[in-house]
Design a protein around this ligand. Structure first.
Ligand code: ADP
Ligand code: MG
Length: 251
């Protein structure tokens, strides 16, 4: 595996009016690496994740995926085309699933491959079947999201993201909205992706999961990365008082 940075965030800053939500964040993720972002509510974790695929563009700084700058300044038309292109490489899974309620599972998974990649119906169906098998939901292909449990919805959301064959997967508290008994089935799918060396950036409140799956952990507070390191250090021997305080409440 190469040491070359795969995702690079340089001097990232973001403000909403006078509120500085991200302050000079720097982060590099290598291909196949799995990075957890932890931190209190409001610390900027979602904003950082959403900056990676331009859902919440940075106020300043740079985001790169391999040798492509994602947050390029371009004339409007070109910018739209550029963003649509780069987003194909970045899968995102949200806390609240964000499935299209009027489409079946098949429809949810095949939509982007058909619309954005121009896949035929047959090829898109095949892809949907493959991805659903991976998340253990082959039998739900013709169901509507409303008929699925939260855990099943989230696994469909993951399958939908994977169907675009992304280079990196972003997870924003993918299990926070789930009943406790449904968390494990989603974690298992994420663990499986980890074993396949999918590059992942995972915002999570689940410290055990982060410790068992991630190569690196970033602790964010008030818009800065306070501390980062391997899980063994961050969870067992953090240097910073803010990290220790947070973990005292969450471990
Ligand atoms: P986290 O995911 O760590 O809980 P967020 O990234 O969601 O934190 O939010 C960081 C800060 O930015 C919070 O203070 C939040 O209220 C603020 N914020 C997020 N989105 C917006 C927005 N669209 N407009 C104004 N403030 C926002
Ligand atoms: Mg958040």
């Amino acid at each position: 595996m190469s040491d070359q940075a795969f995702v690079t965030i340089k001097n990232a800053a973001k403000s909403y009016g006078t509120l500085e939500v991200l302050k000079d964040i720097n982060l590099t993720v290598q291909r196949g690496q799995i990075v957890a972002i932890i931190g209190p509510s409001g610390s900027g974790k979602s904003t950082l994740l959403r900056a990676i695929n331009e859902l919440d563009p940075l106020s300043s700084g740079e985001v790169w995926l391999e040798d492509v700058q994602i947050n390029k300044t371009l004339p409007h038309r070109q910018y739209e085309a550029h963003v649509n292109q780069v987003r194909q490489d970045i899968g995102m899974v949200f806390q609240h699933f964000n499935l299209f309620p009027h489409l079946t599972v098949r429809g949810n998974i095949t939509l982007a491959p058909r619309m954005l990649k121009g896949l035929s119906e047959a090829d898109a169906n095949k892809l949907a079947e493959e991805q659903l098998a991976k998340v253990g939901l082959s039998d739900k292909i013709d169901e509507y999201p409303s008929r699925l449990s939260g855990g099943q919805k989230q696994r469909v959301a993951i399958a939908r993201a994977l169907a675009m064959k992304p280079k990196v997967m972003l997870f924003d508290e993918a299990t926070s909205a789930l009943d406790p008994e449904l968390v494990e089935e989603v974690n298992l799918v994420m663990k499986q992706l980890a074993e396949e060396h999918m590059t992942m950036i995972i915002v999570t409140h689940e410290m055990d999961f982060a410790a068992s799956v991630c190569d690196r952990v970033l602790f964010m507070d008030q818009g800065v990365v306070v501390e980062e390191g391997p899980p063994s250090v961050i969870f067992q021997n953090p240097e910073n008082e803010r990290t220790r305080n947070f973990l005292r409440k969450h471990l």
